[in-house]
Every structure is written in C-alpha cells, then in structure tokens.
Ligand binder design. Structure first.
Ligand code: SF4
Length: 149
C-alpha cells in the first residue's frame, strides 16, 4: 500500500536549519519514515532567512527579530511555500516543531524575548491549520499515529 505523505519540520529530521545553526533531531519523528513519506519544510529558510539568524518572535500581527528587524514577509512567504508543498504532495497532516514562531502549535514565545509562552500558533502552523491540515508537535507523534495509521 502507498504510504501517506506528511509535512515535517526539517530541524526534527536533523537538518541544521535552526536560528542557532543547530538541528533538533527527534528519534520518534525520524522513525515515522517507516509508515509515511516525510516531506521536509523549513518555513524560515524557505522564506529567505539565513542560518544562523537572529531569533524572532510573533509580536501582534508582525514577526520581529530580537534586534527589531521586521521579518513578517519572510515568515508569510515560507508559510505559503509550505502550504504549496502540502497541496502538491497531498499531505493531510504535519509534524511541526513545538513553540517555534513559524512551526509552533498552540503555544509559542510571547514576543517579549524573555522565554515566556502564550497561547498562539506559529505563522506556518496557523496557515496550514486554516487550510484543514492537522498539525501535531514532535511531542504528539502518538496522536498522529492514532489518527493516520
Ligand atoms: Fe525548525 Fe520550523 Fe524553525 Fe525551520 S522554522 S528551524 S523547521 S522550527
């Protein structure tokens, strides 16, 4: 039987695309390749930001770097590219990195650059979710398997 396709935050697969130039490989997520075709995305890099880069947070309707530079357009472009990939590959679900201003689902940093969280999605997670794609964090691999195995 053909494996279903899902979008995955590239940093969870070991790609060094995080703001600090590191990755966050997650063994449970990587193991999903046994059951799914994994389509990697990194909305921040796809949106034109370099690695490493100054960290950003959502602040109201904008996304700002810690030094105040406005990177909203990069975040929106990266999110739109992720949506386009999801549509091209018929992905019904995505596993996205928790708490990221792009990929976070439900909780992200609150815009004060102080490590505090707020109840909100990242820009990419928000767009994908609004188009009917089910979002899971790397802490919810079990839930994904329940729903899509
Ligand atoms: Fe990982 Fe998403 Fe941040 Fe890219 S934008 S480094 S995929 S959390």
């Amino acid at each position: 039987m053909k494996k279903p396709t899902i979008l995955v935050s590239a940093c969870l697969l070991g790609v060094c695309c995080r703001y600090d130039g590191e990755s966050k490989p997650n063994a449970d997520v990587i193991k999903l390749r046994e059951k799914y075709v994994l389509i990697p995305i990194c909305p921040e890099v796809d949106g034109g930001l370099p690695t490493p880069r100054t960290p950003s947070e959502r602040v109201g309707d904008r996304v700002l770097m810690r030094d105040g530079r406005d990177v909203t357009d990069n975040y929106i472009s990266g999110a739109e590219q992720a949506l386009s990939k999801a549509e091209s590959f018929s992905c019904k679900a995505a596993i996205l990195k928790a708490r990221s201003p792009s990929c976070g689902k439900g909780k992200i940093y609150d815009g004060s650059f102080s490590g505090k969280l707020t109840d909100r999605d990242g820009v990419c997670a928000e767009l994908l979710s609004s188009r009917g794609i089910s979002i899971f964090t790397e802490e919810e691999v079990g839930k994904l398997l329940e729903k899509y195995s």
